[in-house]
Design a protein around this ligand. Structure first.
Ligand code: SAH
Length: 257
């Protein structure tokens, strides 16, 4: 059971994440509980104002440290001292599947969503970690927290009907997922690879592994560089490269400007 509290100025936005799909199922089956807490209910100024101007001048407002500290304290009081406090920040460690897997084993998480220019730097000591969704700037931490809750929910037991589907996902084994097909067998002249209709499970497993290695080589060669491939995996990748006639990894990566 994972208890998550999201600290935010926009609780009604965050709550949407458990209204649909797998996160909703995770809540319904008791694997996940999501609560929100509004900084404004803990405003240090005695009103609902929790932001102030930035010292040194310049544009933008900052969440004040005391309101944030009080909100974090309330969340920890509700969840227990073991709760890990994670702040969403573009300056944090990039969220990846390793992080998600590690966090999914926790029992309680407090996710702190900044707004405006972020929070008073002196509040940063309240966080066990800072996590970023990527190298771009959102206007608030809510979408990042929602993305985290979604990624966590699908790893919790009971949330996804067939856990095998999660194990084969992109990144689970350090590789991207193999391609998937569904009916019809021929769509606008393009046929489903014959092996997938063969019923030969060993051949299908070999094909899928080869494709996973191949698409990772094509689209994310940086991921492959981090892996120690077995002899069999190396052989499969060589086959893939020979079959597709490509000799340059990263050929399918999106062009950077
Ligand atoms: N001035 C800050 C950005 C503030 S953006 C800076 O440049 O570091 C406002 C809030 O949006 C942040 O406090 C953070 O909670 C959230 N946020 C913005 N980009 C994010 C990202 N890439 N990942 C996670 N949270 C992000």
């Amino acid at each position: 059971m994972l208890n998550v509290e999201v600290l935010t100025l926009f609780p009604e936005l965050v709550e949407q994440v458990v209204r649909h799909g797998i996160p909703r199922k995770a809540v319904e089956c008791g694997a996940l509980a999501l609560r929100t807490r509004n900084f404004r209910d803990y405003g240090a100024a005695g009103d609902r104002r929790v932001d102030d101007r930035t010292y040194g001048g310049g544009p933008g407002m900052v969440l004040d440290a005391e309101s944030l500290a009080r909100t974090v304290a309330a969340a920890k009081a509700a969840l227990g001292p073991a709760a890990k406090v994670i702040a969403l920040s573009p300056q944090g460690a990039r969220l990846d599947q390793h992080w998600v897997r590690r966090l999914a084993t926790e029992t309680a998480l407090v996710l702190v969503c900044g707004r405006y220019e972020g929070w008073d730097e002196r509040a940063a000591g309240l966080f066990d970690a800072e996590v970023s969704l990527g190298d771009f700037v959102l206007s608030g931490g809510e979408l990042a927290a929602m993305a985290m809750v979604d990624a966590l929910a699908r790893l919790l037991p009971g949330a996804v009907g067939d856990q095998a589907s999660v194990e084969y996902d992109s990144f689970s084994a350090g590789l991207l997922d193999h391609p998937h097909y569904t009916r019809p067998e021929v769509w606008r002249g393009a046929a489903v690879p014959e092996v997938l209709l063969s019923g030969d499970h060993a051949r299908i497993a070999r094909w899928r592994l080869k494709q996973a290695l191949g698409v990772t080589w094509l689209k994310r060669p940086d991921l492959l560089a981090d892996l120690e491939l077995s002899d069999e995996q190396r052989r499969l990748l060589r086959e893939y490269i020979a079959e597709t006639g490509m000799d340059q990894p990263g050929a399918a990566a999106p062009a950077k400007d």
